[in-house]
Design a protein around this ligand. Structure first.
Ligand SMILES: [Zn+2]
Length: 298
């Protein structure tokens, strides 16, 4: 592949500060998150409001293990549930931004990336004076197990594709209303809409989901007590409880949203075709680790 770097445009940051308020889904704590403009080659970093500590770069090496979410830490300070924030930044094609928050967990809002994406868009996007940093995959990388499959393939024309196949029939307690579905999207392909607009219309609004059995288990553990079925998609025997789907394949779209957030921990725009089946944050991180071993930032 002859890579035309100009097709991805220059690096971008926000034109001015943006903010999003809400409560964390896991902890129930109110937080205020701010997106701040940052200089060229700064990348995405997280810091705590009022702290003098060094911001923590949103890179795989700072990823912390936590069930059902993606977290960052430098050993001193933690940032939980970062994936929907990262997906919004990746989807809006923001290369440089300081994310400042006055708590540990990102606001959950409606369980999607749309509130973050809307705030970034409303603040305006500033083009910068250097080309975007890229990671270009040259040979396939694959992980497979009882849990499912995830692979990254080189792209022929420099397009970036995410595909997710969801099948909850494997889960004993899954309601039949959570149907088998798949979703695929290509950014920077021929004739594609601008990548940020495509993300806003097809991916950003897709909300996080769980089954009612999973929801009861979390409540019993004392987690997510402030979250109602209006705040996320909870699938019962009759379909989403007290809620309606934004897309028939909203769940598969949300898994793509999670992947976009998780793979942005490579610290550059990842030029590859990624396909996954029955995977989550742990497998995303494992595949990214392998990708980082065989790519460098261009
Ligand atoms: Zn998610």
């Amino acid at each position: 592949m002859n890579l035309d770097k100009t097709k991805y445009g220059p690096q971008r940051t926000l034109a001015r500060r943006a903010e999003v308020a809400g409560f964390g889904f896991w902890t129930g704590k109110d937080v205020l998150l701010e997106f701040l403009p940052a200089p060229e080659n700064y990348g995405i970093r997280f810091c705590r409001t009022g702290s003098n500590g060094e911001p923590v770069p949103a890179l795989l090496e700072h990823r912390a293990e936590k069930p059902h979410q993606s977290s960052l830490t430098d050993g001193e300070v933690r940032f939980d549930m970062i994936e929907h924030v990262l997906a919004a930044l990746a989807g809006e094609q923001i290369d440089n931004c300081l994310v400042r928050i006055d708590g540990e967990e990102m606001p959950g809002i409606d369980g999607s990336s749309r509130p973050f994406s809307d705030a970034i868009r409303a603040a305006g996007i500033q083009k910068q004076n250097v080309p975007r940093r890229l990671r270009v995959l040259r040979s396939p990388v694959r992980l497979e197990g009882d849990w499912g499959l995830i692979e990254a393939l080189p792209s022929e024309e420099g397009e970036i594709t995410y595909r997710y196949e969801l099948d909850y029939s494997r889960h004993e307690s899954a309601p039949p209303t959570l149907q088998k579905q798949s979703f695929e999207i290509t950014f920077y392909g021929d004739g594609a809409t601008n990548a940020d607009r495509l993300f806003e219309s097809e991916v950003a609004p897709a909300r996080t989901f769980l089954t009612s059995a999973e929801a009861y288990r979390l409540l019993e553990m004392g987690l997510c007590r402030r979250v109602t079925p209006r705040d996320a998609l909870v699938f019962g025997p009759e379909g989403p409880i007290e809620n309606t789907l934004r897309y028939p394949d909203e769940c598969a779209r949300h898994k793509v949203l999670d992947m976009m957030g998780d793979f942005s921990l490579g610290g550059a725009l990842l030029v590859a075709k990624i396909r996954a089946r029955y995977t989550g944050h742990v497998q995303n991180a494992s595949l990214l680790k392998k990708i980082l071993e065989q790519t460098s930032i261009l």
